[in-house]
Ligand binder design. Structure first.
Ligand code: DGY
Length: 320
């Protein structure tokens, strides 16, 4: 029997591509070029399956134009805000994602940004690197201590739970708000808040770990930022769409927020140029899951979902 034809839209890890080549008639993208909606529609007539990343947009208009040959979109991402799942359901195309395997890597970046924003790491690095470190005194580069502070988490899913665990290593007191309260063994001592307002009033640090949906887009805005204690620090490793960036800038400029650590932006790639002059923002280019181990694990998880689908078994991570 001939192998299903698979298009992998971006350059994935060598191990992922080797396994894909072994098991599928695979179309790779060695140049790693981005695909347009027209490319996606054209390729959908040539393949049975696509492994895309969050960089390929499957909005309603694009999904409605997909060819009937395409049977499954096995995302190489946990977030699926780039996919209109209702449109896929209408088309009868299966959609999967890659949960679990990137939780450790993403929590590492969240912790890095939390620590870096609190202790002015980006500012200090730029100063030393730029040859601008000219003096030292006890009042120099003083930041916010992390140990023992309250960490508020929005979205206590897989990444949020790992973040909570890592934070306890710094003796932080973890508070959270999520769609559902966790079972007590999973809470591991964290305090649940049924309202966002109650959570935010307890946030020395606020870390976002919820998906970007119609309900959560713009969740961090002028009103919710005002609910934070003065001098709080925001960390976002989830999605840029969760944050109203103009309101965030206002809060940083007024001193309402002491700092922010951002791995995600409303506009990606690129970020927000208005952030560049603010030394109290530590920024990374959406690399939460970018470790060698996690890239292999994400690729393998996407392939596991494809293998199950083509074996006639429901993929573990089937969303549609
Ligand atoms: C994800 O998996 O959603 C990460 O943001 C990388 O795409």
């Amino acid at each position: 029997m001939s192998k299903p034809r698979l298009w992998i839209t971006r350059k994935l890890s060598d191990n992922t591509e080797a396994r894909a080549k072994r098991d599928y008639d695979v179309v790779l993208n060695p140049s790693d070029a981005l695909s347009t909606a027209d490319d996606i529609v054209r390729m959908s007539a040539e393949v049975d399956a696509i492994i895309p990343c969050h960089s390929e947009v499957f909005d309603e208009a694009t999904v409605s134009r997909l060819d009937n040959r395409l049977k499954i979109v096995a995302n190489h991402s946990v977030g699926v805000d780039h996919c209109d799942l209702n449109a896929f359901a209408k088309k009868g195309i299966c959609v999967t994602n890659t949960p679990d395997v990137l939780s450790d890597a993403t929590a590492e970046i969240a912790m890095l940004l939390l620590l870096g924003a609190a202790r002015r790491a980006a500012e200090g690095d730029a100063m030393v690197r730029g040859g601008d470190w000219q003096s030292w005194s006890p009042s120099f580069m003083v930041g916010t201590q992390v140990t023992g502070k309250r960490l508020a988490i929005i979205g206590m899913g897989r990444v949020g739970q790992v973040m909570a665990k890592r934070a306890t290593g710094f003796d932080m007191q973890v508070h959270y708000h999520s769609r559902n309260r966790l079972e007590s063994d999973k809470e591991q001592g964290a305090t649940y808040h049924s309202s966002l307002e109650s959570l935010l009033s307890n946030a020395d640090f606020l870390s976002l770990h919820c998906p970007a949906t119609d309900q959560t887009k713009g969740l961090i805005n002028k009103d919710t930022l005002a609910m934070l204690p003065d001098g709080a620090i925001l960390v976002n490793t989830a999605r840029g769409a969760l944050v109203d960036e103009a309101a965030l800038l206002d809060a940083l400029e007024s001193g309402k927020l002491a700092a922010a650590g951002l791995d995600c932006f409303a506009t990606e790639p690129g970020g927000n140029p208005l952030f560049a002059s603010h030394k109290n923002i530590m920024m990374l280019p959406h690399i939460g899951s970018a470790t060698f181990e996690t890239r292999d694990a994400m690729g393998f998880r996407a392939l596991d979902n494809l293998d199950a689908f083509f074996a006639g078994i429901k993929p573990t991570d089937k969303l549609v």
